[in-house]
Design a protein around this ligand. Sequence first.
Ligand code: UDX
Length: 436
Amino acid sequence: MKIAMVGSGYVGLVSGACFADFGHEVVCIDKDQSKIDRLRDGIMPIYEPGLDALVESNVKAGRLSFTTDLAEGIAGAAAVFIAVGTPSRRGDGHADLSYVYAVAREVGESLDHDAVVVTKSTVPVGTGDEVERIIADTGCSHRVSVVSNPEFLREGAAIGDFKRPDRIVIGAEDDFGREVMREVYRPLFLNESPILFTGRRTSELIKYAANAFLATKITFINEMADLCEKVGADVQDVSRGIGMDGRIGAKFLHAGPGYGGSCFPKDTLALLKTAEDAGSPTRIVEAVVKVNDSRKRAMGRKVIDALGGVDAARGKTVALLGLTFKPNTDDMRDSPAIAIAQALVDNGVAVTAYDPEGMELARPLMPEVTMCDSAYAALEGADAAAIVTEWDAFRALDFGRMKRLMNAPVLVDLRNIYRPDDVRAAGFEYASIGRS
Ligand code: UDX
């Protein structure tokens, strides 16, 4: 089966490469000529473990190709996926759908056969209806079924998530759409991945509801962590204790500096707008967004407290270990590190930093931070170290070396990757999240 993937960003590229690996013939399309040229040379535009090898082997096998020419790319494709960006619109938080609609128009103008058009981008409820209308308005005379098929890929684990999904959600309004999508995902049915067919609007909402629920779960445990610190309880045991209840589930209960990334912040805001416009406000999600925003800056204050408070902190230096919003990505979008560094700088604290993959993207976002070539270079002369992202590289720090390099042995572990007793036994003052 031939599949066209319009948009060769994170989602489009991972999905396209995985579909090709299933045996489909896939063409990834993007307007950005230099991106397409680099992809043809085997250079990935994003950091994702395993993606370069997957792309390379499928290009070699003749199943995966790249083009900037949409009409050529979609020729003969049974399914045309739209996987372009839907950033938050400046000012009002609504998802910006201009790229999705522009692709829909171009697809409608170029199609020369019956096809299913699939929105994979995260789009507000009702977008599929609009895509359908736009395609009809182009005068396209072929049978087109517009389907919603949201992605649930985690950065850093995207290929595994794609190939072994918890579920596949398909929102279709007719049999043609359902049949083609069944064919697209046939290799996964064979793996017995559950597939849920719903209406199109329902499928669009499932994506937002899933991300908002996960954001709520994280924010809930983060508030419990604050409470644990006040009452002398241990948040990790609270997580275990509630997570063993099958109704709650053990995942996404790891307390930390607040969620970031390209999805949760954007999708929760977009859901709020959808709900507001529909006259059905989601107050829980509203609270989650507010609590998470203020948490990121509060983490800066936590580091300042470890330095002895605002007055003592002025003129001191803090080393941030990890800058990306989570490990195994170079993504800095809405990373808590940005707010933490800003809070420190605002209080007269000098900041050094090291991240295994994120420095290039971090540099313009945090111009006042001194970027260093290694964790130990960042720690030299620091009055405190703060672990912001739980990269494996920080899980076995050499405490002896740290003590020799640092001005004072103070460690703030915002990801709870160490045991308090171990760090204190090594002679450090230690603060973490929701534990004493
Ligand atoms: C997320 C969803 O998981 C995915 O299904 C969706 O398609 C896109 O958004 P991603 O943004 O890649 O994926 O990251 P994820 O691993 O879900 O983490 C999001 C944020 O939550 C990170 O900042 C992470 O550090 C934080 N987090 C996650 C916690 O603080 N605690 C947890 O227990 C889990």
